[in-house]
Design a protein around this ligand. Structure first.
Ligand code: HEM
Ligand SMILES: *[C@@H]1O[C@H](CO)[C@@H](O)[C@H](O)[C@H]1NC(C)=O
Ligand SMILES: *[C@@H]1O[C@H](CO)[C@@H](O)[C@H](O)[C@H]1NC(C)=O
Ligand SMILES: *[C@@H]1O[C@H](CO)[C@@H](O)[C@H](O)[C@H]1NC(C)=O
Length: 330
């Protein structure tokens, strides 16, 4: 009897831990600064709001910065470090994929606002400020509001070389996307939900020009692209386009964090191969169709996915500290 009972206990423990390994974080929690800086979320939100009122680019730039931070050495603000005399930092890897300066500026401004409160000075990590700012810009642009987990330390290393191979490429197929996300503890469902961040923001023409000019021997234009959309893209991005030109990734509601990304995919209006493949591959298509139909369901799963993203490679103890200046090591 006792043996049977133990077996049941072990089985149910395994069921909860094995099936939901990310249901709660062992390290992070929502009240991390309750004693040291109780108003931190309000302070950050106000700073982010001010920046958002100055430019909408704050939204996509901050979200993408958080994603890249987490995928390269974990969510530890290593992406914000500026290169110095003898170190070329992450952000100067050519694969920084032209992160917009407004994301960095958002974190620097929010950090200044936090540090302006005497009791909070040097108590809140840059990594947590980036996680809070990301939550705030998503809500400001019409996306879901969610409670953000806190307690990340800032990383002690940032090298350009560490970026190589860590970020997904716009040419990726479903297997390549899945394996890169799986390496970060994220499922295909998480990956599809997080990809919907492409509902806001911009892309440079070079990131998809292969799809509109030299796709394959038989097809100069990717046949999975909507014909009218392909023509539009060719006119926005002529062959000799200025490399600084960037276009909206969501042609319909580029400034709203909604489920339009999935509706676009259904119409062949996914900008990157890595976007459209989510609809053309039979393994991910049902999920795209579900979230194109049901915005509430998309939001629920997105919150879960970005929470798990925020747990990737978190630094604790001697592996991190609270940076005084987010762009430089202490
Ligand atoms: C699934 C694989 C992904 C690929 C291949 C990918 C690729 C790209 C590329 C090529 C750009 C355009 C960059 C440029 O030309 O400047 C871009 C922009 C962007 N990506 Fe992704 N991305 C992926 C996933 C994600 C995820 C998971 C997020 C966040 C949760 C994200 C958020 C963004 C945002 C917000 C922008 C717009 C940035 C801006 O306007 O400044 N992406 N992505
Ligand atoms: C070079 O790196 C060392 C430690 O890695 C550091 O102590 C020194 O200040 C750096 N020099 C410059 C110019 O950044
Ligand atoms: C990204 O890297 C390029 C060089 O490859 C650099 O010119 C650019 O300033 C970097 N972007 C940011 C935001 O640091
Ligand atoms: C949409 O998803 C939500 C949350 O998952 C669910 O409760 C609701 O029944 C769904 N609505 C429709 C119309 O399917």
């Amino acid at each position: 009897m006792a043996g049977q009972f133990n077996l049941i206990v072990v089985l149910s423990l395994c069921l909860s831990l094995c099936l939901f390994p990310y249901a709660t974080s062992a390290i992070l929690n929502r009240k991390y600064y309750a004693k040291t800086c109780p108003n931190v979320e309000t302070i950050v939100r106000n700073a982010v709001k001010t920046k958002f009122q100055q430019t909408f680019v704050t939204v996509p730039a901050t979200i993408r910065l958080f994603f890249h931070d987490c995928f390269v050495q974990g969510c530890d603000a290593s992406v914000i470090i500026a290169s110095s005399g003898n170190n070329t930092a992450e952000k100067d890897n050519p694969d920084n994929l032209s992160l917009a300066g407004d994301g960095f500026d958002t974190v620097i401004k929010a950090k200044a606002a936090v540090d302006a409160v005497a009791s909070c000075k040097n108590k809140v990590s840059c990594a947590d400020i980036l996680a809070m700012a990301t939550r705030d810009v998503i809500a400001l642009s019409g996306g879901p509001s969610y409670a953000v987990e806190l307690g990340r330390l800032d990383g002690l290393i940032s090298t350009a070389a560490s970026v190589n191979g860590k970020l997904p490429q716009p040419t990726f197929n479903l297997d390549q996307l899945n394996s890169l996300f799986a390496a970060n503890g994220l499922s295909q469902t998480d990956m599809i939900a997080l990809s919907a961040a492409h509902t806001v923001g911009f892309s440079h023409c070079s990131k998809f020009s292969n799809r509109i000019y030299n796709f394959s021997g038989q097809n100069p234009v990717d046949p999975t692209l909507n014909k009218a959309y392909a023509t539009q893209l060719q006119s926005d991005c002529p062959k000799d386009v200025d490399p600084r030109i960037a276009i909206n990734m969501d042609p319909n509601t580029p400034q709203i964090f909604d489920n339009m990304f999935f509706k676009n995919l259904q119409q062949g209006k996914g900008l990157f191969t890595s976007d459209e493949v989510l609809f053309t591959d039979a393994r991910s298509k049902p999920t795209v169709n579900r979230w194109a139909r049901n915005a509430t369901d998309f939001q629920r799963v997105f919150v879960n996915a970005i929470t798990r993203l925020g747990r990737v490679g978190v630094k604790t103890g001697n592996n991190g500290n609270i940076r005084r200046d987010c762009a430089a090591f202490n």
